[in-house]
Design a protein around this ligand. Structure first.
Ligand SMILES: *Cc1c(COP(=O)(O)O)cnc(C)c1O
Length: 387
């Protein structure tokens, strides 16, 4: 069975982990944590990165730091992994769900029309007219490593004075090559940028994450909050409510080794993406979903858009056929605004997300996949599509 996406430990992972264990630095202190933060900052071209327990923890800390309070609104995508949304509820704030466009990322046109038609600029900031409560922040997800239209989104954020939290958990290494943000990486454009090193991401620390912020002081404060907010560590004095969200040295040891391979992983992701593209190019009823022009994407997770109605299948039957034929696939996430905890929240003019929900399938794309595997999977995809 060719797996969807598995972690790859070709480098110094074992060596560094062994060193961390041998030296007894296994918990939330140790040289690998600061080393990983340094390597990430220099790779991303930012001053400060705080390593934490998970991408979810990083998103939560960003919301705490930008002052999302109970009753505030936060604009979020509906087509995403639910971890991008749950931290809104950890703060007892209310999400407002936004549709995607053909890039699968948030639709900036709908965002603009929502802000213009449904919101009002006041001295308390932008408020949602229906509730009179402020829109404090928005979470922008770079879906599957594909960069969102940050140029338009940042202009709207400035116009309406809304904090932007970039969920770059799937997009470490994706960057713009043209336009206003040429040379800038996913996560370094908004007010906050969050990364994940979960086992399925482009690099992993087992579980883990990191946060950067436009204001380095805020990133430092996030690090402070993540370590129980110790105002005086020796005397156990705390002036704020903190969290136990700091990354451990064992996780960071794996992370430092993985960072040595990040560019190589991205090179392979791009290479095998191009091969799939070539093999599926002339196939009707299936299309490899492209990445935004003018960007260098990490191409973290490949997705195909299948005309299920036309071939008489559903995503579920496509997936079970693929498993019978020897390769693993998965559907795109259940839309968040339709999930039980979120059904009562506002969802603005959903069209594209429900459309793609019925058509998109992720296909094998591990960094240690082989050319033969890709050819095999492409052949089998054609078999399924032809019935
Ligand atoms: C993986 C992921 C997260 C959460 O990261 P964890 O490290 O698993 O907590 C958040 N948002 C999106 C879009 C993700 O894909």
């Amino acid at each position: 069975m060719i797996p969807l996406s598995i972690p790859n430990f070709e480098g110094n992972e074992e060596k560094y982990v062994t060193k961390a264990v041998a030296e007894g630095w296994v918990s939330t202190g140790g040289a690998y944590i600061t080393e990983l933060e340094k390597v990430l900052s220099s790779y991303l071209g930012v001053e400060e990165v705080a390593a934490c327990q998970s991408g979810t923890a990083g998103l939560h800390l960003s919301m705490v730091e930008c002052g999302v309070k109970p009753g505030d609104h936060v604009i979020v995508p509906t087509l995403t992994f639910i971890a991008a949304v749950n931290p809104v509820r950890y703060q007892f704030a209310d999400p407002i769900f936004m549709d995607c466009d053909d890039s699968l990322c948030m639709d900036p046109k709908k965002l603009a029309s929502f802000l213009k038609m449904e919101c009002e600029k006041t001295d308390k900031g932008t408020v949602y007219k229906a509730t009179g409560r402020p829109i404090r922040a928005m979470v922008i997800v770079h879906v599957f490593g594909n960069l969102a239209d940050m140029e338009t989104i940042m202009a709207l954020a400035a116009e309406y004075n809304i904090v932007v939290i970039e969920d770059a958990t799937e997009a470490l290494g994706s960057r713009y090559e043209s336009g206003k943000y040429a040379g800038r990486y996913a996560g370094t454009i908004g007010d906050f940028g969050v990364y994940s090193f979960n086992g399925n991401k482009i690099i992993t620390t087992g579980g883990g994450g990191a946060v950067t912020a436009k204001d380095p002081e805020k990133a430092r404060h996030i690090r402070f909050l993540s370590t129980q907010a110790k105002t005086d560590a020796h005397n156990y004095i705390h002036d704020e409510v903190g969290f136990n969200y700091r990354m451990t040295n064992v996780q960071a040891a794996i992370g430092v080794a993985q960072m040595e391979y990040l560019e190589e992983f991205i090179r392979r992701k791009n290479k095998y993406y191009d091969l799939y593209k070539e093999l599926l190019e002339d196939e009707p009823n299936v299309r490899l979903i492209p990445y935004r022009e003018g960007t260098r994407s990490n191409k973290w997770l490949y997705a195909i858009d299948v005309d299920m109605d036309r071939i008489g299948l559903t995503t579920a039957s496509f997936i079970s056929k693929s498993e019978e034929l020897g390769f693993q696939t998965r559907p795109i996430w259940g839309l968040i605004h339709e999930q039980k905890p979120y059904r009562d929240y506002v969802a603005y003019k959903m069209e594209k997300a429900p459309y793609f929900y019925k058509r998109v399938i992720n296909i094998p794309c591990s960094t240690n996949i082989t050319e033969d595997d890709v050819r095999f999977v492409a052949e089998k995809i054609k078999t399924i599509i032809k019935g």
